[in-house]
Write a protein that binds this ligand. Structure first.
Ligand code: AOF
Ligand code: ZN
Length: 340
């Protein structure tokens, strides 16, 4: 099962808003084949594992045990049900980590297998299996993207100064930041961050795809000369309360925010409808503080630097459960999860 998790992780950054899933076929305590869900809309892990069995060993499939990190699906989505494949291949022993939170599958996938007399074992390394699909579970249950907040702060808790870019973290931390960008489907920043930092919001220092860019400019101040609006083939979603004529470009999708509903809620709704499973909010501090106040976040990643900045804009303050602490040079990166 641990191997299934390792395989599943290779899909992170490519499968959302589907869950990352890994599968291993084992014959007489040896791995016969492996597979993982590689891209959204692509074959599921079980299909990959079965397809990866060499032709001369296909007769061993019915004698093998299938390990999967997630309950096999029993629905026709973009791909056919994995339960049908398992039954067709004559596999008699299926072991999973955790059930699928998708209400269309949840428990029914396992029932389908059991009805056919297949031996099913569930709950292997379950907490790790559940952890792996956490963003997917939030998407399915809460009908919104999984929300990550990230900021850097000085040793005195300041995030920057008004109207002027201050680089707080170590150069090596940029690699970590870009790896985090690569695992998100979209990245959101407010207008002030665009004006102050003029970020590109792409993944450059890490191998991976760049997320879709989401720009929140309630008062319609921005223009297309900022890097974030570059036409580099990636979608850009622009949210504003007013129509901004300087941003009418074919590669920019503009959404007018209604005064009747909270701006962030409206943004989340549009993003979720557009299959954004993981949203990274990189700034600025006032947008992040607002999000924290409304409790609409899942994880905060704080880069605690040694920078001496002692005035300016206070970094957000967040309460939650500490999940990780890691060092990049003299920067300490702290991951905090919202409780509840
Ligand atoms: C599995 N194995 O590797 C994954 C599963 O649209 P589809 O056909 O890709 O189906 C998506 C649903 O399938 C998704 O919502 C989740 O319930 C399940 N994901 N299931 O058996 C896999 N990725
Ligand atoms: Zn499936």
């Amino acid at each position: 099962m641990s191997r299934c998790f390792d395989l599943a992780r290779r899909g992170i950054g490519h499968v959302s808003p589907n869950p990352p899933v890994g599968a291993v076929l084992v014959y007489q305590n040896r791995i016969l084949s492996e597979g993982f869900h590689k891209r959204y809309g692509g074959p599921h892990a079980e299909v990959e594992a079965v397809n990866n069995v060499p032709a001369e060993k296909r007769h061993l499939i019915p004698l093998s045990t299938l390990y999967v990190s997630l309950e096999p699906c029993c629905i026709t989505g973009k791909t056919p049900p994995c339960t049908d494949l398992i039954i067709r291949e004559g596999i008699r022993d299926v072991r999973i980590s955790t059930w699928d939170p998708n209400p269309a599958v949840s428990g029914t996938g396992l029932d389908r297998l059991r009805e056919k007399g297949i031996q099913v074992t569930a709950g292997i390394l379950e907490s790790e299996g559940r952890e792996l699909i956490r963003p997917f579970t939030t998407n399915i249950v809460m009908h919104r993207p999984y929300i990550l907040l990230k900021w850097a702060q000085s040793r005195f808790g300041y995030a920057g100064t008004t109207g002027e870019q201050v680089w707080l973290s170590e150069p090596d931390t940029k690699v970590w930041s870009h790896s985090q960008r690569a695992s998100a489907d979209a990245i959101l920043v407010g207008a002030r961050t665009i004006e102050t930092d003029n970020p590109s919001l792409t993944v450059r220092d890490f191998p991976g795809r760049s997320p879709l860019r989401v720009i929140y400019d309630p008062n319609g101040r921005l223009h297309t000369r900022y890097h974030a609006f570059n036409d580099d083939g990636l979608s850009i979603y622009y949210f504003s309360r007013i129509n901004n004529p300087s941003l009418t470009k074919s590669h920019i999708k503009t959404y007018l925010l209604s005064p009747d509903e909270d701006d962030f809620q409206q943004i989340l709704k549009v993003l979720f409808e557009n299959r954004i499973g993981i949203l990274l909010v990189e700034g600025g501090p006032s947008l992040q503080k607002k999000i924290i106040e409304t409790d609409m976040w899942d994880e905060s990643w704080v880069i605690q630097t040694q920078h001496h900045l002692a005035k300016g804009i206070a970094a957000p303050d967040v309460m939650g459960r500490l999940i990780t602490k890691e060092w990049v040079g003299t920067d300490r990166i702290v991951g905090i999860r919202r409780i509840g």
